[in-house]
Design a protein around this ligand. Structure first.
Ligand code: HEC
Length: 224
């Protein structure tokens, strides 16, 4: 279910190509599934759980007995990225030998995926289970200009980033909430007018400016 939601989201944001990669990657993952589980209730099997593996230090999934070589690679700082997984999958032993600069290193994973496109797609699929990816999927702090004039808007997640944009009527602006449950949106007549209006917004909801009036007397879509 979750995977389907991510896939739809990716179509919306990045277009068909990337969604295609993820869908192909999901198909390729069936071959990994002989040894690995992924998802919310995954457990270690022949191989470790791969939920959240992109962005995770190597050899760090709790309760899994990693090989000495993988543990050594982790100790020298290996953290999985899509690119590194892409390389690892081609030949895990060769990857670890190169990474550790040790010709006797041995991978516990005996499976190799030769095809470049399949490796890229499966890495993209794995990334959809990682927190960073979920953060970019997370609910934003959003504001829409529902008035008839162009104004300067700002949106800011609590303790997070702030974005400013001039919005023509009907335009909207969002910043990622990055885990915060709320943020502030504000509107100003122009760049050099400091007096404007601002509103507290719950992450995932979009506030709409209905009519502008200075000194915080604007009319907003929500009434509170
Ligand atoms: C035959 C079983 C097997 C198959 C098939 C397999 N793996 Fe693995 N995989 C393992 C084992 C065992 C390990 C642990 C490696 C170690 O400790 O050296 C591992 C480790 C990994 C790791 C490192 C995880 C970590 O926590 O550091 C990644 C990433 C990975 N596999 C991805 C894949 C992907 C993607 C596929 C499919 C394209 C795949 N594997 C197919 C057995 C398998």
């Amino acid at each position: 279910m979750k995977q389907a939601i991510y896939a739809i989201f990716i179509v919306g944001l990045a277009g068909q190509a990337q969604a295609q990669d993820v869908a192909n990657g999901e198909r390729t993952f069936r071959r990994c599934a002989a040894c690995h589980m992924i998802g919310d209730d995954a457990s270690n099997r022949v191989g470790p759980v791969l939920t959240g593996v992109v962005g995770r230090p190597a050899a760090s999934f709790e309760g899994y007995d990693y090989s000495p070589s993988m543990t050594a690679a982790a100790a020298s700082g290996l953290t999985w990225t899509e690119d590194l997984i892409f390389e690892y999958l081609a030949d895990p032993t060769a990857f670890l030998r190169a990474y550790l600069d040790d010709p006797r290193a041995r991978a516990k994973m005996t499976f190799r995926l030769r095809d470049e496109q399949e490796r890229r797609d499966v890495a993209a699929y794995l990334a959809t289970f990682s927190p960073a990816e979920q953060a970019s999927n997370d609910a934003g702090i959003c504001v829409e200009n529902g008035s008839e004039q162009t104004f300067l808007f700002a949106a800011e997640a609590r303790g997070g980033e702030r974005d400013v944009a001039e919005l023509t009527p009907g335009g909207s602006l969002c910043v990622a909430s990055q885990g915060a449950d709320s943020g502030v949106v504000s509107v100003f007549e122009s760049m050099d007018v400091v007096e404007g209006c601002s509103r507290l917004v719950t992450a995932g909801q979009q506030e709409v400016l209905v009519r502008y009036a200075d000194f915080d007397r604007c009319e907003w879509g929500s009434h509170s």
